[in-house]
Design a protein around this ligand. Structure first.
Ligand code: HEM
Length: 571
């Protein structure tokens, strides 16, 4: 083979243009083979960067021999290398060699995550994923390396004690520069270790200790609503947001958030909303998060919120505990025989409590009142139950033990969480690192791929809930309660043959990494709903476009709602 001298004495074989293209293609295939190993989480950005620029630079001198211009040679070399790399990636993702080849789905989702990023930015990811399942069945390929599954018979293999750890989506929700909070821990052992403190904090006994805090904040909410109602229509969404935020402040940091009293003067609620919105599309590109989290326009709200929670945690630490709040349990103030957590991890977990516990609960409460006002018959049925259990003039409806066994109240909450779950799509699990893979029923999930179980779709699947899977029908829960006298319930659907797969109701997810705050969230919601139903006559505000409410409900990884404008007066 002929050779040429380069400027500094290196001797290169002379290649024709076609041979140079072949060389670039070979390099691209080698890089793809390396890249495939790190596809979900590159080992380092420097390595990835070098893999993407080094081979075309090496190939460029060969083109120089025929093209005679350095810049044109570089351009051709980069174009040839990268086109071949992209072609190779796409071909592999569509080929029978890919472990997810057998799963049906749209071409765009099989090839790239870009499409799902776009869908997420529309806020309608939940509806899109449901439409895919309607079209393709219980298993759908949702991404190059991800499937969506609504087959409840395999959920124990996914979420159960011998299931899989959290999926790569959680890498996208965690800032690598700060200690991870419980929710973003992907290592099963570390998660189980940290979860112990949360389980102590939300045990039945601990939640009982929180009852006075719940009652205090719920009654404050009722007073604020009463006061504001004299000035006209109220946006319940905002008021529930402030309420849930103040309450989680009490829980996580022993108080200090007073949005119900002072309004959102520091823009905290706004910050939390911006945080949710900005981080949502990143769930599809966890490998890029470390880089993107350096961009101020994306992370400004995240950082400001973190700074705020750091101040709260410091203040709580200095003042010590006046109640057994979440901070008390997480910081091991009771002196349980467990390893003391680090200050950094306490900060992250305090922030997690506020983020995970406020928006979710506030939006669920909003959903309850939207459905009650839209279905006055259900509203009146609930009011009768509240008045029966808490006779008028005999105190507020805040006794948690009574609230927990009220049939209609709990049916209304179940039905709302069924139709509008707080985390509509991305409860994701993936085989553990170095595990080779995991069996889900008769299907093998290879390492490097992940499974999403979209709660919104599961909850509206007629195989689980019928008839009327998309309608608000608390009756489907009442017929399940053996001792509830449905025949006396004045139900409009008495004659319905309800099929209710209670185990498919999973608004708090299932298994050892399910919602740690489930008991608290339910206690908070029951008290808030019962007190407001007991105290107020309520209707949609004049001029409020009721149809807009459901249109404005968005899936931004967690559910986001728009305004819910109501008029209310004391009964
Ligand atoms: C209606 C209200 C709520 C809903 C619908 C909800 C829903 C969820 C869901 C679906 C998950 C699990 C995600 C997964 O499986 O990957 C989760 C996790 C979690 N939630 Fe909630 N949540 C609510 C309220 C709360 C409250 C009040 C707290 C209190 C701090 C809380 C704390 C947490 C924590 C710490 C986790 C992570 C658990 C873990 O990783 O082990 N949540 N939540």
């Amino acid at each position: 083979m002929p050779v040429v001298d380069t400027y500094d004495g290196w001797r290169l074989p002379v290649l024709t243009f076609k041979e140079s293209l072949l060389l670039a293609a070979t390099f691209a295939l080698i890089v793809h083979a390396i890249y495939k190993r790190y596809e979900t989480q590159p080992s380092s950005y420097v390595q990835t960067f070098l893999l993407l620029i080094f081979p075309p630079i090496v190939c460029a001198p060969f083109y120089l021999q025929t093209l005679h211009s350095l810049w044109i040679s570089l351009f051709v070399s980069f174009s040839a290398f990268h086109s071949m790399l992209v072609t190779s990636i796409i071909a592999y993702r569509l080929s029978p060699m890919h472990p997810l080849y057998q799963y049906p789905g749209p071409l765009v989702t099989k090839v790239s995550k870009l499409w799902m990023m776009y869908v997420t930015s529309t806020g309608k990811m939940n509806e899109y994923v449901k439409s895919l399942h309607d079209q393709y069945g219980p298993y759908v390929r949702l991404g190059p390396n991800e499937i969506s599954c609504i087959d409840t018979s395999v959920f124990q293999d996914i979420f159960g004690p011998s299931g899989m750890p959290k999926g790569p989506v959680w890498d996208a929700r965690r800032n690598p520069d700060i200690a991870p909070s419980l929710i973003s821990l992907r290592d099963l052992h570390e998660h189980a270790r940290q979860r112990k403190a949360w389980n102590r904090a939300f045990s039945t006994a601990a939640v009982k200790d929180y009852e006075p805090i719940v009652a205090k904040r719920v009654l404050q909410l009722a007073e604020v609503l009463e006061k504001e109602s004299s000035e006209g229509a109220i946006d319940l969404a905002r008021q529930f947001g402030y309420f849930a935020f103040d309450f989680m402040g009490d829980m996580a940091f022993g108080g200090g958030f007073e949005l119900m009293r002072d309004g959102d003067k520091d823009g905290l609620w706004h910050l939390l909303e911006a945080r949710v919105r900005n981080l949502a599309p990143l769930i599809h590109i966890p490998w890029a998060t470390r880089l993107l989290l350096k961009i101020p326009s994306i992370t400004g709200s995240v950082k400001k919120f973190r700074d705020f929670t750091v101040t709260c945690a410091r203040r709580r630490k200095e003042s010590g505990s006046s109640t057994k709040d979440l901070y008390y349990h997480l910081t091991n103030e009771e002196g349980a025989q467990v390893e003391a957590p680090t200050i950094e991890s306490n900060l992250s977990n305090g922030e997690l409590a506020v983020v995970a516990g406020s928006d979710t609960t506030a939006n669920a409460l909003c959903g309850v009142f939207y459905y009650l006002l839209k279905h006055p018959h259900e509203h009146m049925r609930l009011r009768e139950e509240v008045d029966r259990v808490f006779p008028r003039g005999e105190g507020d409806a805040v006794d948690a033990s009574k609230l927990a066994v009220m049939y209609i109240l709990n049916a209304v909450i179940n039905e709302t969480l069924r139709l509008q779950p707080g985390v509509p799509t991305y409860t994701e699990r993936a085989p553990a690192k170095d595990s080779d893979g995991h069996w889900v029923g008769k299907r093998f999930i290879a390492e490097g791929t992940a499974v999403v179980c979209p709660i919104y779709t599961i909850h509206r699947d007629p195989a689980n809930f019928s008839p009327y899977p998309n309608d608000f029908k608390p009756d489907r829960w009442l017929f399940k309660s053996a001792d509830y006298p449905l025949q006396d319930s004045k139900s409009t659907d008495e004659k319905c043959e309800w099929h209710t797969n209670a185990s498919a109701l999973m608004p708090f997810s299932i298994g050892p990494a399910n919602c740690a705050g489930k008991n608290l969230a339910l206690a908070e919601m029951r008290a808030a709903v019962a007190v407001l139903v007991q105290r107020f006559d309520m209707k949609f505000a004049d001029g409020y476009d009721v149809g807009l409410y459901e249109k404005n409900v968005e899936d931004r990884f967690i559910t986001q709602v728009g305004e819910l404008c109501v008029s209310l007066s004391l009964r």
